[in-house]
Design a protein around this ligand. Structure first.
Ligand code: SAM
Length: 329
């Protein structure tokens, strides 16, 4: 297979595909789907495993070697292992990851690992059971933490926890979360809450800059780690006595978009050049036959060249994204 490379007009190279397999989510996170998932009037069925396989083949031919399955909640798709297998077998894919809310993970971790997924991010916004329930709408912290243990037992290479950082909601838990990472061999990512089309009031009340975490880490002797070549936008910290690491995803920080190395495919087969862009570029008509591979590669290449240098979140513009579940967070 000839492997090319994919660049935009601003010198950024793309190696990482975030692939939404569904926009359906069963949790009701306050910052994302506080009233639960509602099927849009114009909903179409999500991509089938064969369509996903063709899409990933085209991205892999362009040098994208890391794929993350996301959503919505990917675990709501009963054919997830088949999807994972079809992605993992694409030549050029070297790493298959998943982001999940941990629902039923303890039962599923081994099947997902056996299907070729080697890295897992699990969302845990609070380590307090009542607060976890208030944020997500589910009394399932115990189940999710059992899923984290099951992921370890299943042999995932990398296990990361994602916590959305929210002023007045979970920021008082920063010391407890930092201690948790110090004593567990896993990484934790603090994600600044992002403004989307449907959460502007929540965002205004609860946004907290990642610098709040950085201050607490530095006070406790954590040190910034050098950026690995090809790494994404997370700022990584480690501590000589801590088992785990902490990353901060701060989309409102200066130059956040300069290291962007990712593209997104929504569950209905649209290429999104930015999480906060104006809408996706339809690829689904080119995903129906293997014979359209070259045309698909050309369409992706031409579209990527038009990627804008940065999001417009600072101007209060979150693009056409109603919430992250809609195109894959
Ligand atoms: N359902 C899966 C999960 O819960 O991890 C995957 C999809 S979810 C959209 C992916 C990640 O995006 C989760 O860690 C979630 O907390 C985060 N997220 C969703 N909306 C967000 C927002 N407005 N700001 C910051 N993070 C958000």
């Amino acid at each position: 297979m000839m492997v090319g490379s994919l660049h935009d007009n601003h010198g950024r190279r793309f190696e990482y595909l975030r692939l939404s397999v569904t926009d359906v989510c069963n949790f009701r996170c306050q910052y994302c789907l506080p009233n639960g998932y509602r099927k849009p009037a114009d909903a179409v069925p999500p991509l089938r495993p064969d369509e996903i396989g063709r899409a990933v083949s085209a991205f892999a031919a362009l040098g994208l070697w890391k794929v993350r399955l996301t959503g919505g909640e990917p675990g709501t798709r009963s054919d997830l292992p088949a999807i994972a297998r079809s992605v993992a077998r694409v030549p050029g894919v070297r790493r298959l990851a998943i982001t999940t809310n941990g629902w039923k993970l303890a039962e599923r971790a081994q099947a997902w690992r056996d299907a070729g997924i080697s890295a897992i991010n699990i969302s845990v916004d609070s380590l307090d059971p009542a607060r976890f329930a208030a944020i997500t709408g589910h009394r399932r912290l115990g189940e999710v933490l059992a899923g984290v243990s099951a992921a370890r037992a299943a042999g995932f290479d990398t296990i990361k926890l994602n916590a959305v950082l929210m002023r007045g909601v979970n920021d008082d838990e920063l010391p407890a979360m930092i201690n948790f990472v110090a004593t567990h061999d896993l990484s934790l990512r603090f994600i600044e809450v992002m403004r989307t089309g449907t959460n502007p009031e929540f965002f205004a009340r609860h946004h907290l800059p990642g610098s709040a975490v950085i201050d607490q880490l530095e006070q406790r002797g954590w040190q910034r780690l050098p950026r690995a070549p090809g790494a994404g936008p997370a700022i990584e910290y480690g501590h000589p006595l801590a088992k785990g690491r902490i990353g901060i995803i701060a989309p409102y920080a200066r130059d956040f978009c300069a290291s962007c190395n990712r593209l997104r495919l929504s569950a209905d087969g649209r290429l999104h050049l930015c999480l906060f862009g104006d809408g996706g570029i339809a690829l689904r008509p080119w995903l129906q036959r293997d014979a359209d591979h070259v045309a698909l590669v050309e369409r992706i290449t031409a579209a990527t060249f038009t990627k804008t240098p940065a999001h417009r979140l600072h101007a209060g513009n979150s693009g056409a994204t109603p919430h992250l579940a809609s195109i894959g967070g």
